[in-house]
Design a protein around this ligand. Structure first.
Ligand code: XIL
Length: 378
């Protein structure tokens, strides 16, 4: 490369490094998004104080890896591939990663005959480099499906074949590298009925869920296969319907391995005080359970008071506590690490402050509370 200008060589190296999933150089400038300057990126987080170093042996403390979805219209570059502070945080604080959007249909399967595995491959490689496991999200959902999906104007046979090909191709591509898959996401409505917005459920009914699990299992027999939803943290019609569905799937020999509790919590509702019992109920069926998308949102105008921040800290710690109290609960995943990239303001206008890190990566009381509860162990 003797003849190339230095900047070009550095740029090329960064691209190559990114392609290999190697940590981008920490002196890469991080795009400034807030008026508060970012803290220096160098190893600012002592590993022994970090969440993953504090969690009990075998326990996964995870994070969604920001990218895709609402980030594409947020006016900043792709967070995971461009923000060195985020990358360092994902490496030092966590031992499990979930691509936030990069494995959803619209992202990974943008055209009928095109799969784009690049961004998810980078995340999975990065996880591997830091000894982290990966949760795959998701294979059968009503949302974030690509425009090409011919929902109405296609035969039963073809619609089913599209799902089969997708699951086989995507799960097969990551076989042995993704520990657990959210096979079916949000397939029941709040009243417990099958969710008709899901094009496959609308056409084939709830039985298509069993097919999805069987196909995923064939593509990667080692992956733990989950149902995943929100609004089931406390007992109620939706949680009950999932319980009945899980029992039925297990009785039919469907390779269901886990129940994921998203746990998008809000101060508009009481804390789900039945969480531990809810987790235990599914664990008693012989399933793994997990907290898969934890965040705690609140109104942001006026800015949350110190009291509300402390309350948020208690909620985070209480969710971690409920999981640690149930032997079959092996992981808590935070849906976003810093408010800077949280999905909450785009999905719930007027609300935010939902993660344990502020916009500028300073830690909230919630961070300390999670760390403290992890330190107590099971
Ligand atoms: C959200 C992402 O965080 C956003 O970036 C995207 O714009 C919309 O989806 N339940 C789920 C997740 O299962 O996939 C959703 O993620 C949040 C709710």
């Amino acid at each position: 490369m003797g003849g190339l200008p230095r900047a070009m060589v550095a740029g090329l190296a960064a691209v190559l490094l990114a392609g290999c999933g190697v940590v981008s150089p920490l002196d890469t400038p991080v795009p400034a998004l807030s008026t508060t300057p970012l803290p220096p990126a160098a190893t600012s987080v002592p590993p022994d104080a970090a969440l993953r170093g504090t969690a009990p042996a075998g326990f996964a403390i995870g994070a969604a890896v920001a990218g895709g979805g609402h980030h594409t219209t947020a006016g900043y570059p792709d967070p995971f591939s461009t923000d060195a502070v985020l990358r360092e945080q994902l490496a030092t604080e966590f031992n499990s990663l979930t691509p936030e959007n990069q494995l959803k249909w619209e992202f990974v399967h943008p055209e009928e005959n095109t799969y784009d595995f690049g961004p998810a491959d980078q995340i999975v490689d990065y996880a591997g480099q830091y000894g982290e496991s990966v949760r795959g999200h998701t294979l059968l959902w009503h949302s974030q499906n690509p425009a090409w999906l011919p929902v109405g104007e296609v035969s039963d046979e073809d619609l089913l074949a599209i799902l089969h090909d997708h699951i086989t191709t995507v799960v097969g591509h990551f076989a042995g590298r993704i520990r657990a898959w959210d096979v079916a996401n949000e397939i029941l409505a709040d009243d417990g009925r099958p969710r008709e917005e899901n094009p496959w459920i609308a056409r084939f009914g709830i039985d298509v869920v069993a097919d999805a699990f069987r196909w995923a299992h064939e593509a990667d027999p080692a992956a733990v296969l989950y149902l995943n939803d929100y609004g089931i943290e406390d007992a109620g019609p939706k949680a009950d319907a999932y319980y009945v569905l899980a029992q039925r799937l297990l009785a039919e020999g469907v390779p269901l391995g886990g129940m994921g509790f998203e746990s998008h919590l809000s101060f508009d509702y009481p804390f789900p005080s039945g969480l531990r019992q809810s987790l235990q109920r599914f664990a008693d069926l012989g399933l793994e359970v997990a907290i898969t998308e934890l965040d705690v949102r609140m109104p942001v105008d006026p800015a949350p008071s110190p009291e509300l921040q402390d309350e948020q800290a208690r909620w985070f710690a209480d969710v971690v506590d409920a999981c640690l109290a149930v032997t079959a609960c092996g992981s808590v995943t935070l849906w976003g690490t810093t408010d800077r990239y949280s999905w909450v303001p785009s999905a719930f206008p007027g609300e935010g402050f939902a993660t344990p890190w502020n916009d500028d990566y300073t830690r909230k009381p919630a961070y300390k509370a999670i760390l403290g509860r992890l330190a107590e162990g099971r």
